[in-house]
Design a protein around this ligand. Structure first.
Ligand code: NAP
Length: 279
């Protein structure tokens, strides 16, 4: 049977159409005023600039107001935390996104944790992570939450299956593993110190590539019939998984591009709309 393509682009457009209707209602309640998603970009990393622009454009498509906050490369932790404090206090700001990564001199964790839980629509705070891991209400980290959304949309069976997550970053691998565990998967988390990586990946009914290295997960590591989620995105349209080598024999996969990327943005916007509905 042909593998199922987990089409994040298509799903994100459907989600945006529904969100636009919800934003209309929010605006009616607030005399035409649109809730704001504040996006903070520190420095001028070209990839980060592109991501922030894409997130701003997604806001405009559904009727939210993006507020671009740009801070210089030399920004200190105190200056960034003070800016976040200002946005926390601004009642018109429904959500705050601090684009990762920030320049080295900044304590990123401290700044993430300065975001009020109610405005943490990108799901980056320690408190939000803890609540999510405990199965309590919280905005999930946008990329893994988007992955859960696409797996659920395509009715991929999770309960009882073995998920192997390659990567353990605070915004992706770790929350991904916790979300899959909450969905009753048996979860293996792999990282740079893992031995026998190929053997572990081969056990995965669901394999999540979240490594940040092009085609790092080799085709021979992926078993027939597995579900492959590729969070990577590299020049030339490559993911973290050698998708070309597995496409024909897996049961489902997220394409690169058009899989996880659009779902990350759709999740950020969904969570901003949820926050704005309480506005
Ligand atoms: P990251 O912070 O660099 O984390 C990479 C993870 O991979 C780390 O946990 C690291 O292990 C692990 N790793 C590195 N080398 C390894 C090796 N040889 N064997 C096994 N594990 C290894 O990256 P990230 O932010 O999580 O992003 C991962 C990927 O997802 C990137 O390709 C990124 O572009 C993509 N991404 C996409 C989106 C999207 O919206 N599409 C959003 C976020 C990220 P250690 O912890 O041991 O160092």
């Amino acid at each position: 049977m042909a593998p199922l393509v987990l089409d994040g682009k298509k799903l994100s457009l459907e989600i945006e159409a529904q969100l636009a209707e919800r934003v209309k209602k929010i605006k009616e309640k607030h005399k035409g005023r649109a809730p704001i998603l504040a996006t903070i970009l520190v420095g001028s990393d070209p990839a980060s600039m592109t991501y922030v622009k894409m997130k701003g454009n997604a806001c405009l498509r559904v009727g939210l107001e993006p507020q671009k906050v740009e801070m210089p490369e030399t920004t200190t932790t105190e200056q960034l935390a003070a800016k976040i404090g200002e946005l926390n206090r601004n009642p018109d700001v429904a959500g705050i996104l601090l684009q990762h990564p920030v320049p080295k001199q900044i304590d990123e964790r401290f700044c993430f944790d300065s975001i009020r839980l109610e405005k943490d629509v990108d799901g980056v705070t320690t408190w939000g992570f803890g609540r999510m891991a405990m199965g309590e209400r919280a905005y999930g980290s946008a990329t893994p939450q988007g992955i859960m959304m696409i797996l659920n949309h395509y009715q991929i069976q999770l309960s009882g299956r073995h998920a192997v997550v390659v990567g353990r970053s605070p915004i992706l691998g770790k929350p991904m593993a916790a979300m899959l565990l909450n969905a009753n998967c048996t979860v293996t988390i792999c990282h740079s110190k893992t031995h026998n990586l190929g053997d572990l990946v081969r056990q995965g009914d669901i394999v999540v590539g979240a490594v940040g290295r092009p085609k790092f997960i080799q085709a021979s590591w992926v078993k027939d019939g597995a579900v492959v989620v590729d969070a990577g995105y590299h020049p030339g349209g490559l993911g973290d998984v050698d998708l070309e080598g597995v496409k024909e024999r897996v049961s489902a996969y997220t394409p690169v591009p058009g899989g996880v990327g659009p779902m990350t943005i759709a999740t950020l916007i969904t969570q901003t709309v949820e926050a704005a509905e309480k506005w």
